[in-house]
Design a protein around this ligand. Structure first.
Ligand code: NAD
Length: 287
């Protein structure tokens, strides 16, 4: 049995892919209202998969029936693996891992989907640090084929192997990073996105030419400014600040333009305006 803590954006996606792969899944939220909203998100996503011909209606029903919602961590007592996808907050995560350690069977592996908190903090909140690792799913979870695993100083080889088999059974490719800020993907992606903003800020080229350059010149599916609007400028700034804090390297320093756009609430698609003004009907360049 798989347990998922949190049924927000990521937790609902993780619960969905586990259930679709055949695992009995229990997902915990803090109250019934949030649980109902998470459940709706899962149902909507399953319905989209059916509409797009990616999932048969019978498989959708079977997957939905494998997911049980709860507000109590006591319902994780039979879990072999728990994936924590609660709000990004160190104290909350440490507390949750200490609780999970009390409730879950001794063989259970405990994983965190955190984007930025060193996994060692969660590992050392338990009495089983060898069975704790990072499982960093990508958003949207049902669609993105990658999971970044994070191995801490204490994660055992056996834990990594069991987790790898599990990740592959979800149909995902696994990569393994050490326990340091940015893992693999954001360590490379964030300086690239910041550099694109600096180019725009310095008047080096237009936003369209920067985007078209990377799209058609390197076959990226979209340009960096378009991608920033998708990811959210606030999320990108948050990760850039964490990377800069840890490594103190100029390539991770957030450009002034990015910081000011976040202050102005130009956060990208979610607020209707980022590098492109979606509210006024602007569209980023496409192929
Ligand atoms: P979110 O705010 O959409 O969801 C978090 C959910 O956790 C909320 O619904 C909240 O009610 C719930 N929660 C809080 N405390 C809880 C507890 N004690 N028990 C159960 N549920 C609890 O956030 P999200 O975007 O899904 O992010 C969740 C985690 O995933 C974070 O650690 C984040 O860093 C990580 N992450 C996010 C992304 C992304 O693109 N959003 C990508 C990879 C990883």
């Amino acid at each position: 049995m798989v347990g998922v803590v949190g049924c927000g954006l990521m937790g609902s996606g993780i619960a969905e892919v586990c259930a679709r792969a055949g695992y009995t899944t229990v997902v915990r939220e803090i109250d019934d209202d949030l649980l109902a909203r998470g459940r709706q998100r899962i149902e909507k996503s399953l319905a989209t998969a059916v509409e797009r011909g990616k999932l048969a209606a019978a498989e959708r029903d079977a997957a939905a029936a494998r997911i049980r919602g709860t507000t109590s961590l006591q319902d994780f007592a039979e879990c072999d693996l728990v994936i924590e996808a609660a709000t990004e907050n160190l104290e909350l995560k440490k507390h949750t891992f200490a609780e999970l350690d009390q409730v879950c069977p001794s063989h259970a592996i405990l994983a965190s989907n955190t984007s930025s908190i060193p996994i060692i903090h969660m590992a050392t909140a338990t009495r089983r640090p060898e069975r704790v690792l990072g499982m960093h799913f990508m958003n949207p979870v049902p669609f993105m084929p990658l999971i970044e695993f994070v191995r801490t100083l204490t994660t055992s080889e056996e834990t990594l192997e069991v987790a790898r088999r599990f990740g592959e059974s979800l149909g995902k490719r696994i990569i393994v990073s050490k326990d340091r800020a940015g893992f693999i993907v954001n360590f490379l992606l964030i300086p690239y996105l910041c550099e694109a903003v600096r180019m725009l800020e310095q008047g080096f080229a237009t936003r369209e030419d920067i985007d078209v350059g990377m799209m058609l010149g390197t076959s990226y599916p979209m340009g960096p400014l378009t991608l920033l609007d998708f990811v959210g400028l606030d999320t990108t700034l948050y990760i850039a600040d964490i990377l800069f804090d840890e490594f103190k390297e100029p390539r991770f320093a957030a450009p002034t333009l990015l910081r000011q756009m976040v202050t102005a609430n130009f956060l990208g698609r979610k607020t209707g305006r980022g590098f492109y003004n979606y509210e006024s009907g602007e569209r980023p360049p496409s192929r």
